[in-house]
Design a protein around this ligand. Structure first.
Ligand SMILES: [Zn+2]
Length: 99
């Protein structure tokens, strides 16, 4: 996926956050991906998503209020839960240890 802006053009402090995460389908394969960001002067977060279930690429805006954060695929209507960064880091560490 290609972002609608260049990360290098972003001024420090203009975003509340920016995150990029791999998304797993039901069998645990990483078939999807999400970019999620929020500008400081905006209420809603913006995202670009490749659905892990149907592979549809889409973008939209979502108001993230309560954890766990979720976005919904516009095509297959499945709800996609965003893994917390900590959890994902832990899982990946585990995977590496198993070899
Ligand atoms: Zn989908």
């Amino acid at each position: 996926m290609k972002l609608p802006f260049d990360l290098k053009d972003i001024k420090p402090g203009s975003f509340s956050y920016f995150t990029k995460r791999k998304l797993q389908n039901r069998t645990g394969e990483e078939t999807g991906e999400i970019f999620l960001w929020k500008k400081k002067d905006e209420e809603e977060s913006s995202y670009m998503l490749k659905c892990p279930f149907c592979s549809e690429e889409q973008q939209g805006k979502v108001l993230l209020v309560r954890r766990p954060y979720r976005v919904k695929c516009s095509k297959c209507k499945k709800s996609i839960t965003l893994p917390k960064l900590v959890d994902q880091a832990k899982r990946e560490a585990k995977k590496e240890m198993k070899g």
